[in-house]
Write a protein that binds this ligand. Structure first.
Ligand SMILES: Cc1ncc(COP(=O)(O)O)c(C=O)c1O
Length: 496
């Protein structure tokens, strides 16, 4: 199939008329190089001979004969009436004759900024790429009502006045902000004016915006240890001093932080379901945290990433719902309740800061689309969102139960699963003295994608564990996968 119905643009090459190399040869060599180095992909359509001859200012006969030569040698394929295409199924790598020097990811002499060096060392990209069993935080994508969602998407893209095809509103769609405000009242006991909401492209953009608007270089940020990897790394690269605060049975250990660290400008917490330990912050700790923040004038990020999924009792209201002094930035995401590729989330911003956030969102790349925002709003208003959450709650509860049962049965001597009442992942402590990085790699080579607890840590915990996502792995597969885990963890030897 042609990759582009109009043919490749080939803007990258030109003809040197002063060169002693004939035009025919220059064109031939350039096209071959683009095919060999995969710039022109297998199956991709070449421009028509007329277009290319006009663009390069060379005769059509020249272009035609180059194409014919490429076809004759098998680099390209001519399809009558359709055009000329790069051949498919050629394995140039296998043939030494065609071997090109590999492109290095970064040429040796290129200096990158200190900030970029920190970015390069981040482990946050672990959540990308092909998904293997037990990757943390992955919803049951196969159960997402894709047909229904596509209708909402299509409606939003084709609305009569084409309003959604523009940039949209500077703080995100008013309709979606109203839908989110209603949802937060219903699900999280929060009273929110839609004007306080800023739509983002997921929680990650929310953290970036908060850092941009609130933090100066060197400001202290208290961060849960262990804690959410991508949030921590982005606050660090923005120049703040991110310091670890341990977690006890009631959540973030406030007394420890007050004693050990400088006063914070910002405190990052996941009170509903601590990432990754799963602790729910007690009411007493929530009140203490809010009082402390108010007393010293600190801000709080409440990252409420997976509170939709609670399997026992009713969820505690959001921290933000108790926040009479408006110190909390409540951050929500649709990555877990819908799917991550939707790139949609939001911040409930304390009064007086909405304009600064809207401007920052605009300037830093308004990366959520007005089309998707509109579709999401309708999806929520029609009750589809809540319906999906209810279904997924049942599915995830069952997956959690099966995983816990299997781990207790088959891995009791090597893993100690930590029961969880909420969310999409479970922590299991390693009992056989294995380093969690080693365990993670051993499991990875067995096709199982857990995350090592140490990746979530600023300071080591003195105990190792792995984080297992249960939501995205079918309940029927879990028993077999746990058996495989058990084998891999008993003989973790050949790690490359
Ligand atoms: C603690 C936490 N917050 C937020 C998110 C969601 O990030 P985003 O909305 O950018 O996909 C995740 C995803 O894994 C998470 O683990």
């Amino acid at each position: 199939m042609p990759k582009s119905p109009g043919g490749a643009l080939l803007h990258g090459f030109s003809i040197e008329r002063d060169s002693p190399v004939p035009i025919y040869r220059q064109l031939d060599a350039s096209l071959r190089r683009l095919i060999l180095d995969d710039t022109l992909a297998p199956g991709q359509k070449l421009p028509s001979t007329r277009e290319l001859s006009q663009e390069l200012g060379v005769s059509r006969i020249t272009v035609k004969s180059v194409y014919e030569q490429l076809v004759a040698e098998g680099y390209a394929l001519a399809r009558t009436g359709a055009g000329t295409f790069v051949s498919e199924g050629l394995d140039f790598e296998a043939s030494p004759k065609f071997k090109l020097p590999r492109r290095k990811s970064r040429p040796p002499n290129i200096e990158i900024s200190e900030r970029a060096k920190t970015i390069m060392s981040s482990k946050a990209s672990m959540r990308h790429g092909e998904i293997a069993a037990f990757r943390p935080g992955v919803p049951a994508l196969d159960l997402f009502p894709i047909k229904s969602w596509n209708k909402y998407l299509l409606d939003a893209a084709t609305c009569a006045d084409r309003r959604n095809l523009s940039y949209g509103e500077v703080n995100g769609s008013a309709a979606l902000r109203a839908s989110v405000a209603r949802h937060l009242t219903d699900a999280r006991s929060m009273q929110v004016d839609p004007a306080q909401i800023v739509i983002t492209s997921g929680a990650q953009q929310a953290f970036v915006l908060i850092a941009f608007v609130l933090l100066n270089k060197g400001d202290t940020v208290w961060y849960e240890n262990p804690g959410h990897i991508a949030g921590r790394d982005v606050l660090q690269i923005m120049g703040s001093n991110v310091v670890p605060v341990p977690i006890d049975d009631e959540g973030m250990d406030l007394n420890f932080a007050i004693e050990k660290h400088h006063k914070p400008t910002l405190i990052f917490t996941t009170p509903s379901h601590q990432q990754p330990l799963g602790t729910t912050m007690s009411l007493a700790r929530r009140l203490a945290l809010l009082n402390y923040a108010q007393e010293i004038g600190a801000w709080i990020i409440e990252d409420d990433y997976d509170s939709e999924f609670r399997y026992r009792g009713r969820p505690l209201p959001a921290l933000s719902a108790l926040d009479s002094e408006r110190r909390v930035f409540y951050v929500g995401t649709f990555s877990k309740s819908m799917f991550a590729a939707i790139r949609l989330g939001y911040i409930v911003v304390p009064p007086g800061l909405g304009e600064a956030f809207a401007q920052a969102r605009n300037l830093l790349g308004q990366s959520s689309s007005a089309v998707v925002e509109q579709a999401m709003s309708r999806f929520m208003d029609d009750g589809r969102f809540v319906e999906h959450i209810r279904k997924m709650r049942r599915v995830y509860r069952e997956r959690r139960d099966i995983l816990y049962e299997c781990l207790t049965k088959d891995c009791a001597d090597i893993l100690e699963p930590h029961p969880t009442d909420a969310g999409m992942h479970m922590l299991a402590w390693l009992k056989n003295g294995l380093d969690d990085q080693v365990a993670h790699l051993a499991l990875l080579s067995a096709g199982i994608e857990t995350l090592p607890l140490s990746a979530y840590c600023i300071e080591p915990l003195g105990r190792s564990g792995i984080v297992l996502g249960f939501s995205g792995t079918h309940e029927r597969r879990i028993p077999k996968l746990v058996k495989r885990m058990s084998e891999a963890l008993r003989s973790p030897a050949p790690i490359k």
